[in-house]
Write a protein that binds this ligand. Structure first.
Ligand code: PMP
Length: 290
């Protein structure tokens, strides 16, 4: 595999980061997880826009234009013969001193990895996920805003540990006010009747790109889609619950905190949106080969 590092494609074994990089020392940097389907990079522009917004929020100046970044992602896919893959785009603050001062880091590091996608097993989509709400709340927006997709994922990792310790693959995180926020790497939707609801962006979530696509597809399919504050009560009493994310796409949730959701299998709307999202993602995107 060849890794893009600051304008060059280097063999994987040589793709190394300094121990003085503030991405490593402090989680000081931003990233994106992107998918390509059938030779096209899905929602590349939206991912690059979110990357630059995250960077802006942490006062990190990415040393290339958005257009150059999109071309670099496509180039990395071409060099690795990636058609259906998972792309990790990382920008670290770069090499600095052992002190915190980010202004002593001269050059941000841009890293692009075009890897294979590790798909969740198919049966997970058929059976649905059993998950739990956990005690680790989402970071306070006033401290480190969860809208920033930063390299510091400890908040999510702590929640993931709680989920795994409880025998589940995913956790639902609440915000500090006890409202439902999101899963550790996915957004969340709740259906009741024909109303589909998802927490608003100021409730401690990452503004997911899959979330936006699903909101659009659901609206077009005639559902009423609302961004509304949700409590655990709304989860337990939902007809259907599902998660959305670049890697997971759309996946049903059938049990939360030992309450069965709906019929205990992914519901019809979840299945419909899962299918239409996959079709949409497969049919749209930035062409890898120009
Ligand atoms: N929330 C978090 C915390 C995430 O890390 C991600 C991305 N993995 C998502 C939601 C989903 O975002 P997207 O649909 O853009 O992948």
């Amino acid at each position: 595999m060849k890794i893009y590092m600051n304008g060059e494609l280097v063999p994987e074994a040589e793709a190394k980061v300094s121990v003085f990089d503030h991405g490593l020392l402090y989680g000081d940097g931003v990233f994106e997880g992107i998918r390509s389907y059938s030779g096209r990079i899905f929602a590349l522009e939206a991912h690059v826009d979110r990357l630059y917004d995250s960077a802006k929020a942490i006062a990190l100046e990415i040393p290339m234009t958005r257009q150059e970044m999109m071309q670099a992602v496509a180039l990395t896919c071409r060099e690795n013969d990636t058609t259906d893959g998972y792309i990790r785009l990382v920008v670290t603050r770069g090499v600095g001193t052992l002190g915190l001062n980010p202004y002593l880091c001269k050059t941000p590091q841009v890293i692009i990895i075009a890897a294979d996608i590790q798909l969740y097993p198919k049966e997970l989509y058929e059976k649905g996920l059993s998950i739990v709400t956990v005690g680790t709340t989402r970071n306070l927006s006033e401290a480190v805003n969860p809208r920033i997709k930063s390299l510091n994922y400890l908040n999510n990792i702590l929640a993931k540990i709680e989920a795994i310790n409880a025998g589940c693959m995913e956790a639902i995180m609440l915000n500090s006010q006890g409202a439902v926020a999101e899963a550790t790497g996915d957004n969340l939707f709740v259906l009741r009747g024909d109303v589909l609801r998802t927490p608003p962006v100021n409730e401690g979530i990452l503004e997911g790109i899959t979330r936006a696509a699903v909101m659009k597809l659901a609206t077009e399919a005639g559902y009423s889609v609302r961004e509304e504050r949700l409590s655990r009560y709304d989860l337990y009493t939902a007809d259907e619950v599902f998660l959305t994310g670049t890697a997971a796409e759309v996946i049903g949730v059938v049990n939360i905190d030992r309450r069965q959701i709906g019929e205990g299998v992914p519901g019809p709307v979840t299945c419909k949106l899962e299918k239409s999202y996959r079709q949409y993602a497969n049919a749209n995107g930035y062409p890898i080969n120009g």
